[in-house]
Design a protein. Structure first.
Length: 267
């Protein structure tokens, strides 16, 4: 079993689906970062625009006003890797100048034509995600003939294009996009087939934490989804997931450690 990194989510937004408004002030950001660091986080992912279903976009300036102070607050405390969760090239560039060390683009560099230039010039890892539709409409009626095969085909097209644009293969990370234009059945198929995405030859990130498919499957409200999320984290780690993007770092670190220890023993 390969090493799995835990990415802690820091949403500096007023309207994210599970923690909107909780970390919008400097003190709240600082305390949350201290908690994640103490819990063993490997990467902190900072986002200033909600990507929940039916979310409306925010302006470039508003997003900058949210994420730059958060990045600065993290950098006061730690040199830990910081991922900037954005689809906007200028936000990504400004975040990198302030100390961010990864770009996490849910549009897979399709929304902002200038993002490829930022990505090519910065020499940091780039996370690209599969999404059917946009946050405004992605959950209206998602349909696939074979969700795993279609996501793999999407990634082959995107990574081929990125490499043709000067992005080295070793910098690309794949996120199959749990909950982004997927039904419960699609999400479960993705989670059962992490190894299929690994076969594409890139690190794989899974972002399943607290998402609504858990309510559909288990009946759990958002406040009770951290334990199910941790169980899924362990199962994904066993399949070779490289990064787990989660809200509850402590439970995930424990789950990944247990998965690793149990993998040492024969069935």
């Amino acid at each position: 079993m390969s090493t799995t990194q835990v990415m802690g989510i820091l949403n500096v937004t007023p309207d994210s689906f599970s923690d909107g408004g909780k970390f919008t002030g400097e003190q709240a950001v600082t305390e949350q970062v201290k908690t994640m660091l103490a819990d063993g986080v490997d990467i902190i992912d900072i986002g200033g625009e909600s990507t929940r279903p039916f979310a409306e976009p925010v302006s470039e300036q508003e997003e900058l006003d949210r994420v730059i102070p958060a990045i600065q607050a993290v950098r006061v405390l730690s040199a830990i890797p910081i991922s900037i969760d954005t689809t906007k090239a200028k936000v990504a560039a400004a975040a990198l100048e302030q100390g961010a060390t990864l770009i996490n683009d849910i549009s897979a560099l399709r929304q902002d034509p200038d993002m490829i230039t930022v990505a090519r010039d910065c020499e940091v890892p780039i996370i690209i995600m599969h999404m059917q539709g946009t946050p405004e409409d992605m959950q209206l009626a998602p349909q696939y003939e074979d969700v795993v095969a279609e996501i793999c085909a999407f990634f082959r097209e995107r990574t081929g294009w990125m490499e043709s644009q000067g992005i080295a293969k070793h910098r690309i990370i794949l996120d199959p996009g749990i909950g982004f234009g997927k039904t419960l059945a699609h999400n479960l198929a993705i989670l059962r087939n992490v190894a299929a995405f690994k076969q594409l030859g890139f690190p794989v990130l899974i972002g399943h934490s607290r998402k609504s498919f858990l309510e559909k499957l288990l009946g759990t409200p958002v406040t009770q989804r951290d334990c199910p999320s941790a169980i899924i984290s362990a199962l994904c780690a066993q399949q070779g997931a490289d990064i787990l993007r989660v809200h509850d770092v402590a439970k995930t670190v424990a789950a990944v450690r247990l998965a690793k220890e149990l993998a040492q023993f024969p069935a």
